[in-house]
Design a protein around this ligand. Structure first.
Ligand code: SF4
Length: 356
């Protein structure tokens, strides 16, 4: 080994796409291509975290890998479990930054809510993550590392497996487009994590140029954080997101290349006395009535009292039902999303590194 090789930083294998790993194996390690297949299987399918456990690699190759490469995974700092079974993991990244991921129990499996940024720059007024501001983007290895760590946690605790992914945790995924696209590409790769694109949802406030790229890739289904039926109200609730006028955003989504039976999901967080009246429901029908879509209604979760005064109030449950019924009566497919993990601040809009 040369001095130059000794001083070069090790390559984090979890940060390499399939083709990048192949190039690393062939060019850097001078190994045949099939070694990349073996490594890929160990890293993503088996979730192995050290080279010594890769039993079909030769001793010499394991030594070479240990010199030149690393497997850098987030580390579980704190685990909190809600009374409803929702699990929140506070994860430490290699540079000491912390992020959160949430595992939501469904019938026979879990759905994982993934973070894509440390903090968030969008500053939506109802969201605890937005208060943190943006620290930095997460890398592909960090984004997908959340899945490896969660799978390990579920297996160790004899819990059902992970099936669905929602990119809906800390951060705006489309503001970290490069690493998001690399992550989606890696997710669908054979012999890897292999979670089908129809099982991955990317939630976004809606950035037209990035939505175009996501749509062309066919790698995930979009869910748009709408939260207001008019441009004016959206500007109040989501001032940065609303810089894209509602007309432009909806026009872009009308052109989104959906597969058969797919629809754009619009997320609508119901804020007591702000956007939850029947008048708002009427405006929403006017906006979405003719569109190929479905609407998810989410009741606002005020953050835990120890964090200070909540900016909004929870909506009246009867008002939420009336809102839902009105949309349904106008033939808009509508779901009332049950808020999970509220008692551990793991519900939508509550992720703020409060675990402890
Ligand atoms: S709702 Fe999403 S985009 Fe808005 S501040 Fe929170 S994390 Fe960021």
């Amino acid at each position: 080994m040369t001095d130059a090789a000794e001083t070069r930083p090790k390559t984090d294998l979890l940060n390499l796409t399939r083709s990048e790993l192949e190039a690393f194996v062939v060019d850097e390690l001078a190994q045949p291509r099939f070694r990349a297949d073996q490594l890929w299987h160990w890293l993503w399918n088996r979730g192995v975290a050290d080279f010594a456990s890769m039993t079909n690699l030769s001793g010499a190759l394991k030594t070479r890998l240990a010199e030149r490469a690393a497997i850098v995974r987030p580390v579980i700092d704190v685990v909190r479990v809600s009374t409803d079974g929702t699990i929140k993991l506070l994860l430490a990244l290699a540079d000491g930054e912390k992020i959160e991921t949430v595992l939501i129990p469904m019938a026979g499996h879990y759905t994982q809510c993934l973070s894509t940024q440390v903090g968030c720059a969008m500053g939506c007024t109802f969201c605890s993550t937005g208060e943190l501001g943006l620290t930095r983007n997460m890398s592909m290895g960090e984004i997908l590392g959340q899945i490896l760590v969660a799978r390990m946690h579920l297996a160790q605790n004899s819990l059902p497996p992970l099936k669905n992914l929602v990119f809906m945790g800390m951060g705006e995924p489309l503001m970290n487009l490069t690493e998001l696209m690399r992550s989606l590409e890696t997710l669908g790769s054979a012999e890897g994590i292999s979670i089908a694109s129809r099982r991955s949802t990317v939630s976004s406030v809606g950035i037209p140029s990035a939505l175009k790229i996501l749509g062309e890739s066919g790698l995930a289904v979009p869910a748009i954080s709408l939260h207001a039926p008019t441009q004016e109200l959206r500007e109040r609730l989501m001032p940065k997101a609303a810089r894209v006028p509602l007309d432009e955003l909806l026009g872009c989504l009308d052109r989104y290349p959906l597969k058969q039976r797919e629809r754009v999901t619009y997320e609508y967080i119901m804020l007591g006395g702000v956007n939850d009246s029947i008048a708002h429901a009427r405006q929403l029908v006017k906006l979405l009535g003719q569109r190929r879509c479905k609407v998810n209604l989410i009741s606002y979760n005020p953050p835990p009292p120890q964090t200070g005064k909540a900016p909004y109030e929870a909506p009246d449950p009867e008002g939420v039902l009336a809102f839902e019924n009105y949309l349904r009566s106008k033939h808009i497919t509508t779901f009332l999303r049950r808020s999970m993990g509220q008692d551990i601040a793991a519900a939508c809009g509550q992720l703020k590194l409060l675990t402890g």
